[in-house]
Design a binder for this molecule. Structure first.
Ligand code: ADP
Ligand code: MG
Length: 335
C-alpha cells in the first residue's frame, strides 16, 4: 500500500428522488456527507447492516449512483476525475479504470453467452481491442490470472460452480485493466470453503495487477482477514474508520462494538459483555434527531438526542463519530 490517495470523497451525498409527482419532491438520502480517503493499493473494507448505504457509496464512486452533494475524486498518476461532474468521453475513460464485481455470480452472468464472450464483452463495448485475435489474447491472459482453464472459455456459465462463476465475473471486471475495484458482497453467496479461495484470488490479483479494492461486506470475520482498513457505516453516515487491527482491537463507536459483539470470537469486550444490537436500522426517510444511532445506543445521553456528532480524527488514524467515545474509553480502562 502506498501513501498516495486514489479515491478521495468529501461530504459525499447521494439523494434519490422518490417523490410521486410534482408536489411530492421527497428525497431519500442513502449516503449522507461521507468523507473518506482510499489509499492506492489498499484493501479498504466497508461494513454496516443492510440498508446502511454501503452499496450506494460504492456505486457513487463508480459513477453509477447520483452524487447530489459534496465531492469525490479519483487520482491515478497524472489523471484526476472529478466524480461529481465527469461525463461524456471522460466518463468512458473512467469506466476502464473503475469496475464492479457483483455479489451474485448466478445472476450476473448471461446464460446464453460463452465464458469467452462474457469476458470479452467489456473490451468490445469500450472499444479497447481492434481485432478478434487481440481480444482473444487479452481474454486468455486475464482468464489465466483468474485461474480459469482455457477450455472453460468455450462453455456456458451454467456448467460452472459458484466459485468458478465468481472467477468469471472477476475476469470480466478486470479485462479492461481497471485500477479501482468495488467488490460488493462478492463472496457472500458462496460456501465458506469457496470464500477463502476467492478471497485469496482477489488478494493475489491486487498484488499482481496493483489494484485498489473497496471491499463491501456485512461479514466482519471476512473483513478482519482481508482488509487493511475498515470503515463502518450507519444510516448513510460514516461512524468509524481505522486500520483493521486498531478497529478490531479497540472499537470506539457503540455501533461498531455492537456489531462485534454478535461474533464471540471477535468481541474485544470480553465475549458478549458488550451490548447486543437491538431493534432495526431506521428508515432514511424518517431519521432520528441528533446522533442517528441514539435510538439503539446503550450509551445515549440527552446530547446524543439533540446534537449530531461529527467524524472526529484524534490524530491516530482512528476516526469516530460519537460524543462519548473518550469518556467510554476511559470508563472501560478503569473498569
Ligand atoms: P446497503 O448496501 O448497506 O444494504 P444500500 O446502499 O443498498 O445499503 O441502501 C441504502 C438505502 O438507500 C436503503 O434505505 C435503500 O432502500 C435506499 N436505496 C438504495 N438504492 C435506492 C434507489 N435506487 N432508489 C431509492 N432508494 C434507494
Ligand atoms: Mg448492499
Amino acid at each position: 500500500m502506498s501513501d498516495e490517495i486514489l479515491i478521495s470523497a468529501k461530504d459525499l451525498t447521494v439523494g434519490y428522488n422518490i417523490g410521486k409527482g410534482f408536489f411530492d419532491r421527497t428525497v431519500l438520502k442513502a449516503v449522507n456527507e461521507v468523507s473518506v480517503e482510499i489509499k492506492r493499493g489498499s484493501f479498504f473494507g466497508l461494513v454496516g447492516e443492510s440498508g446502511s448505504g454501503k452499496t450506494t457509496l460504492g456505486r457513487a464512486l463508480l459513477k453509477a449512483a447520483p452524487i447530489t452533494g459534496g465531492h469525490a475524486t479519483f487520482t491515478d498518476g497524472e489523471v484526476t476525475y472529478d466524480l461529481a461532474t465527469v461525463s461524456g468521453d471522460e466518463l468512458k475513460d473512467y469506466r476502464k479504470r473503475a469496475q464492479l464485481i457483483f455479489q451474485d455470480p448466478y445472476a450476473a452472468l448471461s446464460p446464453r453467452m460463452t465464458v469467452r464472450d462474457i469476458v470479452a464483452e467489456p473490451l468490445e463495448v469500450m472499444g479497447l481491442t481492434k481485432t478478434r485475435e487481440e481480444t482473444d489474447a487479452r481474454v486468455r491472459e486475464i482468464a489465466a490470472k483468474c485461474r480459469l482453464n482455457l477450455e472453460h472459455l468455450r462453455r456456458f456459465p451454467h456448467a460452472f460452480s459458484g466459485g468458478q462463476r465468481q472467477r468469471i465475473s472477476i475476469a470480466r471486471a478486470l479485462v479492461s485493466g481497471p485500477k479501482f475495484i468495488v467488490a460488493d458482497e462478492s463472496v457472500a453467496a458462496l460456501d465458506v470453503s469457496i470464500q477463502a479461495d476467492v478471497l485469496n484470488l482477489l488478494k493475489q490479483l491486487q498484488k499482481d495487477l496493483g489494484l485498489t479494492f473497496l471491499f463491501i461486506s456485512h461479514d466482519l470475520s471476512v473483513v478482519a482477514h482481508t482488509c487493511d482498513h475498515v470503515a463502518v457505516m450507519y444510516l448513510g453516515r460514516l461512524v468509524e474508520s481505522a486500520p483493521t487491527r486498531q478497529l478490531f482491537a479497540a472499537p470506539r463507536h457503540p455501533y461498531t462494538k455492537a456489531l462485534f459483539s454478535a461474533i464471540p470470537s471477535l468481541d474485544p469486550d470480553d465475549r458478549g459483555r458488550a451490548q447486543k444490537l437491538v431493534g432495526e436500522i431506521p428508515s432514511p426517510l424518517n431519521q432520528p434527531s441528533g446522533c442517528k444511532f441514539h435510538t439503539r445506543c446503550p450509551n445515549a445521553i440527552d446530547k446524543c438526542r439533540t446534537t449530531e456528532p461529527t467524524l472526529e480524527n484524534p490524530g491516530d488514524g482512528h476516526a469516530v463519530s460519537c460524543h462519548r467515545w473518550r469518556e467510554l474509553l476511559e470508563a472501560a480502562i478503569t473498569a
